[in-house]
Design a protein around this ligand. Structure first.
Ligand SMILES: Cc1cc2nc3c(=O)[nH]c(=O)nc-3n(C[C@H](O)[C@H](O)[C@H](O)COP(=O)(O)OP(=O)(O)OC[C@H]3O[C@@H](n4cnc5c(N)ncnc54)[C@H](O)[C@@H]3O)c2cc1C
Length: 290
């Protein structure tokens, strides 16, 4: 039986209370949201925080709402809530596509959007989807709030710009007219991706005004293929460009061989999935989705 080391447990009543508790217990204290990543690590003694600050009672961080031309997603919104949200389904189908394939219903019922981003696992699906969407993450600490572009949020595997004593409180996503889709290959239902790609396109008739290409599990810096985005910008939204963007994305990512597959297979998948995501996003925007 795996048992965590001894720790203090505190249930925060508000964001201010959570920040005060984090300050009181010091830099080794950890926030717990859904606990789907942190608790297994504690049971394996890979993490031994002296104190856990539980943020599950912070209802102000549990909302999905439209604020002007942005969608606001609170940090403790569960995967299952994002999946079920009509406004997400209507405006940001890339998130619905990704959520359908994240883990299983048990993990999705507990795991949170903020916990996923803060865990910063290099195979995380939402990191790639939000990177494609150019989301802005709102981080709060004793000194107030700061906005961080998602592409600057991740500083390395399992590392982000969130400092000890800070909380990720909100994710903000522009909802101007996007075409978007997410494509993933997993070894079996509920597994982490072997590779996955998200595509977001702003189209001007049949040309690409702006593109967002997210990649995960293939060593793409910041979960982005900037090179594929460059190939698409200002060009026709057609099969030839989508194939070229896939080829460039595959060329510029850095997958490693592991139990999910060899490096060359993952690189191949990255290219195929970028092309498929672009094709699906465009078909959706033309009302041609199967
Ligand atoms: C069996 C299984 C399968 C999975 N499959 C997939 C998959 O296919 N794709 C995928 O992308 N993910 C997958 N996951 C990961 C899952 O999505 C994450 O474990 C989970 O959503 C993390 O969120 P959480 O709320 O549980 O975070 P927690 O475990 O509570 O926290 C994770 C980390 O983030 C910190 N943290 C949490 N919230 C905040 C906050 N608001 N501010 C600052 N720090 C915070 C914690 O201190 C901790 O360090 C899987 C997990 C499991 C257990």
């Amino acid at each position: 039986m795996q048992v965590p080391a001894t720790f203090q447990y505190e249930k925060a009543a508000s964001v201010a209370d959570a920040l005060a508790l984090l300050a009181r217990y010091g830099p080794e204290a950890r926030v717990v949201a859904g606990g789907q990543s942190l608790l297994p690590m504690m049971k394996l003694r890979m993490a031994e925080p002296p104190a856990l600050v539980d943020i599950n009672g912070l209802t102000e961080l549990a909302r999905i709402s439209v604020d002007g031309d942005e969608l606001s997603i609170g940090a403790i919104v569960r995967h299952a809530e994002l999946l079920a949200s009509p406004v997400v389904g209507e405006h940001l189908p890339i998130l619905r596509d990704a959520e359908r394939l994240i883990a299983d219903p048990i993990v999705r019922n507990r795991g949170t959007v903020g916990g996923s981003l803060c865990q910063a696992d290099p195979s995380e699906d939402l990191s790639a989807a939000f990177a494609a969407l150019r989301a802005v993450l709102v981080v709060e600490g004793a000194g107030g709030r700061r906005n961080v572009a998602v592409r600057q949020f991740f500083t390395g595997p399992y590392e982000t710009v969130v400092e000890p004593g800070e909380l990720l409180v909100e994710i903000r996503v522009p909802i101007r007219s996007h075409a978007s889709a997410y494509q993933k290959v997993e070894r079996r239902v509920g597994d982490w991706p072997v590779a996955a790609a998200g595509a977001v396109l702003e189209l001007d008739r049949d040309r690409v005004r702006e593109a967002g290409i997210g990649l995960t599990a293939v060593g793409a810096a910041g979960f982005v293929s900037a090179e594929a985005e460059d190939v698409l910008r200002g060009r026709p939204a057609d099969e030839e460009q989508f194939a070229e963007a896939g080829r460039i994305a595959a060329q510029h990512c850095n997958p490693v061989s592991d139990q999910r597959g060899p490096e060359d297979y993952k690189r191949h998948l990255a290219g195929v999935l970028v092309t498929r995501a672009l094709r699906k996003a465009t078909a959706r925007s033309r009302g041609e989705e199967a």
